[in-house]
Design a protein around this ligand. Structure first.
Ligand code: ADP
Ligand code: MG
Length: 361
């Protein structure tokens, strides 16, 4: 496991390794009853989800985790674009101009997605679906999308084509070809929801990891926070660029390291630039720390689209987020950009003993 090359995996591995290694730091009075660490995993939303938590006993842990994963399954059934019966797919196929009643979950996720689309000026955009579909086809066929179809897809993008009414909890599609895609936010939204279930069940000392999206609760007993490693692409495969110590926060990493394909010698990402309809070709890995995973997930995707410099400026303007952006280069140690707030985040010094400096969130 230590030789796993996935960067996203490292986020998780870092957290696990930290739990094993973490010692010292801001110790608190012993708690009663004593808590034991438990770990669970389960496949959802096309990836392996893992929950690590502290609980008084195995039964309390597994009951709470079953409920948390149940919640993730429910959200997957609601938002999947692979399942023709999902609520999102049924909404997508609804006639334009007609308000459709949707669940609280779908409404809330769409609301967050639209707000982040406005904030990022469409770098992240939940209406990017038709472009994503074309791009997935291109990947399968090993050929760039047909220009005419690409033009139609580009025309279909934009949150002004979507009307959300919070009073009636309805969504109206304005125009044809509107294709919603929550793939860039649903895992973060699900991780937040799973953590909320654990909290409600009285087990807040928990970490929920959906591949590269982590929702982090209260710290392990006696610790300042959870140790989360950020992988260093371009370096040795198991090298970490940073180990952060976080509590009540979220971290997401997006980038081209895991999912990419090559066409005519150009390397394309599975993240699409909504303006061009094509996969990103600028190699970038963005790690975003934010108060919740819904936001870190969507912003990590957005920062990749914006590119390192514009993305960093965007994050600098947000007082509650931090960014670490790597610019991978083949065979070389990649240059990195860090936001001011990222520099202030508590890091674990080599050797493992973290200080008692309060965290950001
Ligand atoms: P991952 O799912 O690998 O963690 P992301 O969180 O960046 O990566 O999400 C990528 C997914 O988001 C794509 O598979 C697609 O469904 C969707 N997507 C791609 N480009 C965009 C974009 N510009 N805005 C919103 N969603 C996008
Ligand atoms: Mg994302």
């Amino acid at each position: 496991m230590r030789h796993h090359s996935s960067i996203l995996e490292w986020l998780w591995l870092g957290a696990v390794a930290g739990l094993v290694l973490a010692a010292g730091g801001c110790r608190t009075a012993p708690e009663a009853p004593p808590l034991t660490r438990f770990e669970f995993s389960s496949p959802h939303m096309g990836t392996l989800w893992r929950i690590t938590l502290y609980a008084p006993d195995a039964a309390a842990a597994s009951n709470a985790v079953r409920a948390a994963f149940g919640r993730v399954r429910e959200l997957d059934q609601c938002m999947s674009d692979y399942d023709p019966e999902s609520e999102l797919e049924r909404l997508r196929k609804s006639p334009p101009g007609v308000p459709v009643n949707v669940s609280d979950d779908l409404f809330s996720c769409l609301q967050s997605a639209v707000a982040i689309a406005r904030e990022t000026r469409g770098a992240f955009d939940p209406t990017v679906g038709l472009e994503v579909q074309l791009w997935r086809q291109a990947r399968r066929r090993h050929a760039l999308p047909d220009p005419a179809r690409l033009a139609v897809a580009r025309e279909s993008v934009g949150c002004h084509r979507l009307r959300l009414d919070a009073r009636t909890k309805t969504v109206t599609l304005l125009g044809t070809n509107l294709w919603l895609d929550l793939g860039g936010i649903a895992k973060g939204f699900g991780a937040d929801a799973a953590l909320a279930v654990l909290r409600r069940r009285g087990l807040p000392r928990a970490l929920v990891a959906a591949s590269g999206d982590l929702a982090i609760g209260d710290p392990p007993p006696g610790q300042c926070g959870w140790r989360v490693g950020i992988g260093a692409v371009g370096g040795r495969t198991n090298e970490l660029a940073h180990v952060l110590i976080l509590r009540n926060a979220a971290v997401s990493t997006s980038g081209d390291a895991e999912q990419f394909f090559e066409l005519e010698g150009v390397r394309y990402s599975h993240i699409v630039n909504p303006r061009t309809g094509l996969g990103l070709t600028n190699r970038v890995q963005a790690t975003i720390v934010a108060p919740c995973a819904t936001r870190s997930d969507a912003l990590a995707t957005a920062v990749c689209v914006m590119g390192a410099e514009r993305g960093l400026k965007f994050i600098e303007r947000d007082g509650r987020c931090a960014a670490f952006i790597l610019l991978p280069k083949d065979g070389a140690r990649p240059p990195a950009l860090q936001s001011r707030r990222f520099l202030q985040l508590e890091k674990a010094p080599p050797g493992g003993r973290e200080g008692a400096v309060p965290l950001l969130f």
